[in-house]
Design a protein. Structure first.
Length: 154
């Protein structure tokens, strides 16, 4: 059985958009590149043909990967905000230095640390799951343990 893929509605729409782009834009472009490279003659020493075949393999592979994800999507609904869960936005304070950060807890497919979207499988999200505002939680990370306080959940 395939692993469930947790996505917000935004993440689902992005994945569908990428799939459409691959099928409607990139796949036809690769097919055209293959035709042009084939027209150049001897395929055994044809770098353009090899490059087009590699590109085709990557495009087709990604299409299959996205289709498998879409078959196993679990949509994250905005739900109760009394405790940290998938789909919530949480503000935490690092106990050691008092610094605050706001994170969205998302599935691993949607995780983007630059956008403060962290995977539910990450050390920090795993540690704060089901915590409530005011709870102080210990996070075990590869760099060592530290404590965070849950300041707000939205």
């Amino acid at each position: 059985m395939s692993k469930e893929v947790y996505l917000t509605i935004e993440g689902l729409n992005e994945l569908k958009k990428e799939l459409d782009d691959l099928k409607l834009v990139k796949r036809p472009a690769v097919i055209e590149s293959l035709k042009e490279a084939r027209a150049l003659g001897d395929l055994s020493e044809n770098a353009e043909y090899d490059a087009a075949r590699n590109e085709q393999a990557m495009v087709e592979g990604r299409i299959v990967e996205i289709e498998k994800m879409l078959e196993n999507v679990v949509l994250l609904e905005k739900g109760a905000t009394d405790k940290v869960s998938l789909g919530t936005e949480v503000t935490i304070k690092y106990v050691e230095d008092g610094e605050e950060e706001k994170y969205s807890i998302v599935g691993s497919t949607e995780a983007d640390p630059f956008e403060n979207k962290i995977s539910n499988e990450s050390p920090i999200a795993s540690a704060i799951m089901n915590a409530k505002v005011g709870d102080v939680v210990t996070v075990d990370s590869p760099a060592g343990s530290y404590q965070v306080e849950i300041m707000a959940i939205a």
